[in-house]
Design a protein around this ligand. Sequence first.
Ligand code: ADP
Ligand code: ZN
Length: 661
Amino acid sequence: MGGTGGITDMPVTESEALATLHRVFGYEAFRGEQEAVIEHVVAGGDAVVLMPTGGGKSLCYQIPALVRPGTGIVISPLIALMQDQVDALRALGVRAGFINSTQDFDERRMVEAEFQAGELDLLYLAPERLRLEGTLELLSRGKISVFAIDEAHCVSQWGHDFRPDYLALSLLGERWPEVPRIALTATATRATHQEITQRLNMPDARHFVANFDRPNIQYRVVPKTEAKKQLLGFLREEHAGDAGIVYCLSRNSVEKTAEFLTRNGIEAVPYHAGLDAGTRAAHQSRFLREEGLVVVATIAFGMGIDKPDVRFVAHLDLPKSVEGYYQETGRAGRDGLPSTAWMAYGLNDVVQQRKLIQSGEGDEAFRRRAAMHLDSMLALCETAQCRRGQLLAYFGQDPDPAGCGNCDTCLTPPETWDGTVAAQKVLSTVVRLKRERGQKFGAGQIIDILLGRRTGKVIQFDHDQLSVFGIGEELSEAEWRGVVRQLLAQGLIAVEGEYGTLVLTEASGAVLRREREVPLRKEPKRPAAARSASGSGRGERKAKTAAAELPEELLPAFEALRAWRAEQAREQGVPAYVIFHDATLREIATVWPTSVAQLGGISGVGEKKLATYGEGVIAVLASLGGPPGATPAPADPAEAAGPDQEDWPGMDAEPEPDDWI
Ligand code: ADP
Ligand code: ZN
C-alpha cells in the first residue's frame, strides 16, 4: 500500500470514464474491452476496435468525447440514422448534433455555431462532408476531442459496403495529428482489419478485438421446403408480435414475402434499393418507432440500425458469406435478451449461388474469392457440429469444445448416416446423363430418374430406359434433395452453366470407385423444435419474447410500463427505446422501486432520465397498487389461445415450385 502522505483514508476515486458511465448512461460497469479502449483513447492514443454488433462500440467513443475537452467528431455513413442517434444522446443529456444533407441552411448554421462555441460534446458527420474544404475549415475553428470513424470497414474495397469517401479519411491524422482517432467495425476478418489500419493511415493504433460470441442469439438452419410458409410458422410459433428482419436476395421475393406476411396477419414492410428514398426512409422509421414490425429486406437494410429489441433475423436465401451472415444475424438481440437467427436453406440456394458466381462479373480472383466465401457458408449450413463453434472458429476464436447449448445442432444433435451408396447413385446418374450429348439436366431430372418417375421429360429422353431408373426408391424426394445439396456442399458434385447442369468433380471419382465414404446429415422430419437454452418452451406463449422470461405476476407491471413508454415516445416523436430499453423496464418491474432515488440504481437509468422520467415511472408503479403478492395479479391476456396451426386462414396454399433448375 502507498500512502506515505498525510491523507490515509481517502476513498479510491473512480476514473472519470467510469463516473461518466454511471452518471450519464446509468450503467453499472464496462463490458469486455470497453474499459481498455476508452482508457487508451482518453489518454490520446489511436485505436482500431473490432466488436460484434451489439457489443457496445458507441460508448468507446462517446465516453472519451465526454471526458476529453472539445467535441468528438463521429464520421458515419448512416445519414438516415443520425437524427435518431442524436435524439438518443440528447435524451441522456449529452449535447449532440449532426450536419448532413437532410438539413436546411438554418439548421446547419445553428449546429455549426454550437460547435464553434464549444457547446457540443458530439458532432456526427457523413464522410463525404470531409471532402468539402468548408467542413475542414469549420472543424479547425473549434476544438476536437476525438475522431471516431464508425463502420470503418467501409474503407475496405473487398466489402460490399465500400465507400470511396472513406479513403479521404486518412487526411484527418495529417491535419490533426494531436487528436486521437478511433476506428470501429463489426466486420471481423483479419484482412479487413489490416486494410482499415493501412487505408486510414493509423500505423500506431492499438488494436482491440472483442469476443465475437453473441450467446443470447440462437442459431438455427432448417431445410427449405416452402420458405414463406416455414417462415410464417416460425413467426407464429415463436415470435408473434416481435420486431424482426427477414432477408431475401431479390427485390421481387422481398415484395412477395412482405405481402404474404401481411396477408397472414403479420405486419411487414418491404425494404430494398428499388424503392424510392422516401419509402425506404418511412419504412425504416416505422421499424425503429413501432413495436413488433417486420421488415423484409435485401442486404441494403440494417447497417447501423441500433434498435436494441430486434427479436429475430430470418434468412430466406443463403447469404453469400459467413461475414455477411454474421453481420446480419448480429442485428438481433442487442439488448442481450433471447433472440433467434433462423435460416431456411435448400438445394436451389446452392445451385443458384454457384451459378451466379460462375456467370457473374469480375475476374478470376474475384470468382475464386466468392467461391471460397460460399464454401464457408455451406460448411456452416451443413455442419453436424455446434454452429456457434463454427462461427467463432471462422473468426479465429476458440469455441467451447462441449458446444454452446443454444444452437439447433446442440439442442437437437443431427443424426448422420453413411451416404456412400446414395452418393454413388447420384453420381452414376450424372455419368449416364453426360453421355447424352448436348442435353443439360439439373438436379430435378436426376431425382425423378432415381425415384423412377415417368414424367414427360423422363419419357421424352428415354430416361426410363437407363439402368439407374428407379434405383433410389428407398429415399423420399426431400431426402434426395438433401443428398444432392450435401454433395454440392462437399464439392463431390458441381454445377455448370446457365441451367444448373450437374457435373462430376475431381473428387467424384474416389466416391464412384468406393475409395471414399460419404457421411451425410439426416434431413430432419420436422424443422428443429423451438427451444430456448433453458428449455422453457417460450414458443408456447404468444407474449413478446421480451416479457417471456419474466415471472407471470410481473407481466402486468411490465406491460403498464411499456404502455407508458409508448405514450412518452409518441409525444416526443422518438423510438420507444430512446426512453428506456426493454431490459430496463424488466428490471424496473422486478425491483419495483418505490422512490425516485431507488429508481436511479437501475441499469439504464442515468442522471438525465431520472430527472425527466423518474416521477412518471414511480407513478405508473404506484397506480398498480404495489408489487404483486399484496393483491392477486389479474389474468394474463397474453395466455389467449395461440394460432391453430392446422388451419391458417388466408394462407397461400400454392407451393413454390422449384421449377427453374
Ligand atoms: P454496437 O454499436 O457495438 O452495435 P451499441 O453501442 O449500440 O453496440 O451497444 C449495444 C447495446 O448495449 C446498447 O443498447 C447499449 O446501450 C448497451 N450497452 C453498451 N455498453 C454497455 C454497458 N457497459 N453496460 C450496459 N449496457 C451497455
Ligand atoms: Zn451450439
